[in-house]
Design a protein around this ligand. Structure first.
Ligand SMILES: *Cc1c(COP(=O)(O)O)cnc(C)c1O
Length: 378
């Protein structure tokens, strides 16, 4: 089997117990466990609103779409984003007929505040910040830039489940925070996510838009009595984007263990760092700011010959990953090719080493041995 990049681990019996409740009650859809998960997520994060959806991808799309309508942004208006992310982030901008303007990243792998300032034009409306690998990067400086320039802030927190900044879950400053509970994220379900707006009105719109634009959900209709409870209006041409109770059951259980799991991830990262810090020339590590307690979704390093290292690790039955190939390599973003030199460099040299709950100390030592053997020439 070898050592995989990701390998989610579930609290199986507890998850099955929650799912059993859904099956016995006869309620597997929207409502019931989705509502319970939303309440628990708000309590955990301290964010005022949380709406459970079927993916972070649709959440990011709804985030841009709803803020565009709220603030009256025009087609072709600009959102500053990172080119080094999963394409969901940037597709959200294009899907709303706006323009993705790419700022460069810094040694945290997240947006470089200096580059963001340089990319602001009179058409800039928002910044999307992605906490790569669970890091906050220089998030607080991005918050400041957005305030100074009257820009909206969207936080793609797909990697950031459980991340703290100065001891607190970040995101209260953002207009909207989007989390992913996709199968290999830190809080894994099958597929799902959470969209957390600062403004309750946006949260209400999201709930309608995520169910075809219908202005009453089935749960409300079932729990309300009265003659006209079957009746609803359709206010938007919406999507089918809400989460369901089966997935929420898994989420409710996994949330209980998120901090425990993330602590172990940080332990793994510190084992890696301990070994690699002896080879600063050959192995460059990502800067995690001191005030950030990262969820440690990823452990990334930069090496001279990344592709050769991947082949050598594969030969040793270790299967790393790459986060990410620069998005300007893809046709819809190629207009911005060569505008972000550090992100180009990272795209060619970065590698993500195995990071998950099944790794042992011995696994990590073995991976380190193989990495060091491959990149340190005696
Ligand atoms: C995984 C991921 C997403 C998309 O999440 P889904 O829940 O799979 O749609 C968005 N942004 C980033 C940075 C991701 O890693």
């Amino acid at each position: 089997m070898g050592i995989q990049l990701f390998s989610p681990k579930f609290e199986v019996e507890e998850c099955l117990e929650e799912i059993r409740e859904c099956l016995e009650k006869g309620w597997t859809g929207l409502g019931f466990k989705t509502v319970e998960f939303e309440e628990k997520w708000k309590h955990y994060t301290g964010l005022p609103f949380a709406y459970y959806i079927n993916s972070a991808t649709i959440g990011l799309y709804m985030a841009v779409d709803i803020l565009k309508e709220k603030y009256g942004w025009k087609d072709g208006d600009e959102i500053i984003s990172t080119p080094l992310t999963f394409v969901s982030t940037n597709h959200a901008i294009l899907k709303s007929d706006m323009k993705a303007v790419f700022a460069d990243i810094d040694d945290t792998m997240c947006l470089d505040p200096k580059s963001v300032r340089e990319k602001i034009t009179e058409k800039t409306r928002a910044v999307i910040f992605v906490g790569i690998g669970g890091s906050t990067g220089h998030y607080n400086e991005i918050v400041k830039i957005c305030k100074e320039n009257n820009l909206a802030l969207i936080l793609d927190a797909a990697h950031m489940g459980g991340t703290r900044l100065n001891g607190e879950i970040p995101g209260k400053e953002a207009d909207v925070v989007v989390y992913s509970f996709q199968a290999v994220k830190n809080l894994p379900t099958g597929d799902s996510g959470m969209i957390c707006f600062k403004d309750g009105n946006c949260d209400e719109i999201a709930r309608k838009k995520a169910w075809l634009g219908i202005n009453k959900d089935t749960y409300t209709r079932t729990t309300n009595s009265g003659n006209y409870k079957w009746k609803y209006n359709v206010e938007y041409v919406g999507d089918k984007a809400h989460g369901n109770s089966i997935m929420a059951s898994v989420g409710i259980v996994q949330l209980k263990y998120l901090d425990r799991d993330n602590a172990f991830r940080r332990q793994i990262a510190s084992w890696y760092r301990e070994r690699f810090s002896k080879y600063p020339e050959q192995i460059k590590m990502v800067n995690i700011p001191a005030e950030c307690e990262s969820s440690t979704h990823l452990f990334q390093i930069l090496v001279e010959d990344r592709d050769e290292l991947i082949l050598k690790l594969n030969a040793a039955e270790i299967y790393p990953g790459v986060h990410y190939a620069i998005n300007t390599d893809y046709p819809m973003y190629s207009y911005a090719k060569n505008t972000c030199p550090y992100a180009e460099y990272v795209s060619d040299h970065v590698i993500s080493l195995p990071m998950h709950m099944r790794l042992t100390y011995e696994d990590v030592q073995y991976i380190c041995d193989e990495v060091i053997k491959a990149v340190v020439r005696k």
